[in-house]
Design a protein around this ligand. Structure first.
Ligand SMILES: [Zn+2]
Length: 360
C-alpha cells in the first residue's frame, strides 16, 4: 500500500480501518462513546486497542487526534503501524493505541472539541484552577476572535505581521497558544472543567498500563514546524536517565524541552505533564511528536477563520465547510511528498522506540 492510501478521507472511515486492523492482530478493542454524533449521524467514540496477553513491564503508547482534525495524520500513522505488524513483524513490547482522542474535532474537522475546548490545554493538575489567560491574550482577543461574521476581505495576515513586529514572535506565541480559560469562544480555550477525554483517561489509563514500569508515550500532532519535518516536544521535567534515553533512541537534536525553550512555548493543561504527574507508571516518558505543515501565520489564520465561521457565521454551514476543509489541509496536507515523508519519519520513530525498549 502506498503511503497516501494510508490516509483516510473522513473520521468514520479512519475509525473503521483502525478497528479492522486491531481485530486482524487479535488485540483487545474498546470503544468509548463521548455522547455526541458526527456528520453522518454516527456515534462518536474514542477507540483503544492493545494486546491483552503481552508482558506489560514496558509499554509503548501511541495516541492520535487529541486535536481533532490532526487525527487524519495520527490515525494514518497508527494504521501504517498496525498493517505492518498485521503482515508479520509483531512489536516486542506491549503497545496501547489510543485512536481519535477528540473524535468530535476529527469528525467535524475542528481542532477543538464539542465545547470549543482545546483538549491539550485541559489537563490541569490537581489544585490548578480553570482560570486566567496569559499576559497579552486579552489584547489579542479582538484580532484572533472577531465577534462578527467572516467577510470577504480579512486583512488578518497583515495585522498579524504588524503584531509580530510589535511584540516579537516568542512573546506572541506564548500569549496566543499557551492556553486561556477566560474566552470560551476564543482560540486555545482550556475549558471550565475536565473534558470527556480527560475523564476517560483518568478512569482507564491506569488499567491499560497496569503493571507497567517503563512507558514511552508518543502522541502524534501536526501543524507546528517546517513542512514534513518533526520535533519531539517534552512538556514535563525530564530525569537524567530519560534525557539520555531520548538522546540514545532518537538523537540529541530530535527533541526539545518546551518549558525551557524559545522555539516552542510553555503551555498549561498539556496531556504529557498530566500523565507524568498522575504516576500511571514509575517511569513515564511522554513526547508530543509534532510534525510541521505550513507556516505559523498561515496555520493561525486558518484556525481563526474556522473559529469565526463556527461561532459567528451568517450561514455557518456554508462558511464553516470551506473553513474546515482549509483547516484539514493545514493540519494534514494533501501533498504526496508530505504524506510519504511524515509516515516514513513516524514509522522510524516507533522502530527506534521499540529497538530502544529491547535494550532497556
Ligand atoms: Zn496538536
Amino acid at each position: 500500500m502506498t503511503h497516501s492510501a494510508i490516509f483516510s478521507s473522513d473520521y468514520a472511515t479512519a475509525r473503521m480501518r483502525f478497528r479492522q486492523a486491531i481485530s486482524v492482530l487479535g488485540w483487545q478493542a474498546e470503544a468509548h462513546s463521548i455522547g455526541a454524533t458526527g456528520p453522518g449521524g454516527e456515534d462518536l467514540t474514542i477507540d483503544v486497542g492493545y494486546p491483552s496477553d503481552m508482558p506489560h513491564e514496558k509499554v509503548l503508547v501511541v495516541s492520535s487526534g487529541l486535536h481533532g482534525v490532526e487525527g487524519f495524520f495520527g490515525s494514518a500513522v497508527q494504521l501504517a503501524l498496525l498493517e505492518q505488524w498485521g503482515s508479520g513483524k509483531v512489536p516486542p513490547v506491549k503497545c496501547v493505541f489510543l485512536h481519535g482522542l477528540n473524535p468530535y474535532g476529527f469528525a467535524w474537522l475542528r481542532r477543538f472539541d464539542e465545547n470549543n475546548v482545546d483538549p491539550n490545554r485541559n489537563f490541569l493538575s490537581e489544585g490548578e484552577r480553570y482560570e486566567g489567560s496569559p499576559a497579552g491574550y486579552a489584547e489579542l482577543d479582538r484580532l484572533l476572535n472577531p465577534l462578527r461574521p467572516p467577510s470577504r476581505w480579512e486583512p488578518f495576515t497583515l495585522k498579524a505581521l504588524l503584531t509580530i513586529a510589535r511584540y516579537g514572535m516568542p512573546a506572541l506565541k506564548q500569549a496566543i497558544a499557551a492556553g486561556q480559560y477566560e474566552f470560551p469562544r476564543g482560540l486555545f480555550f482550556g475549558g471550565t472543567g475536565p473534558t470527556r477525554v480527560h475523564q476517560l483517561l483518568e478512569e482507564h489509563l491506569g488499567r491499560w498500563l497496569h503493571g507497567s514500569r517503563h512507558v514511552m508515550h508518543l502522541d502524534f500532532h501536526s501543524g507546528l514546524g517546517p513542512f514534513g519535518t518533526y520535533q519531539l516536544l517534552i512538556d514535563h521535567p525530564l530525569g537524567e536517565q530519560q534525557r539520555h534515553r531520548l538522546t540514545d533512541w532518537f538523537g540529541a537534536k530530535s527533541f526539545e524541552e518546551t518549558h525551557s525553550s524559545s522555539i516552542a512555548y510553555e503551555t498549561r493543561g498539556g496531556l504529557g505533564r498530566w500523565c507524568v504527574s498522575r504516576k500511571f507508571a514509575p517511569d513515564y516518558l511522554y513526547a508530543c511528536a509534532e510534525f510541521g505543515t505550513y507556516g505559523p501565520i498561515q496555520v493561525l489564520a486558518g484556525l481563526r477563520a474556522e473559529n469565526q465561521a463556527h461561532h459567528w457565521g451568517n450561514h455557518p454551514e456554508i462558511a464553516s465547510i470551506r473553513a474546515r476543509q482549509q483547516l484539514k489541509e493545514l493540519f494534514c496536507p494533501s501533498s504526496a511528498i508530505w504524506r510519504s515523508r511524515v509516515i516514513h519519519h513516524s514509522l522510524d520513530l516507533v522502530d527506534r522506540a521499540l529497538d530502544g525498549f529491547t535494550s532497556l
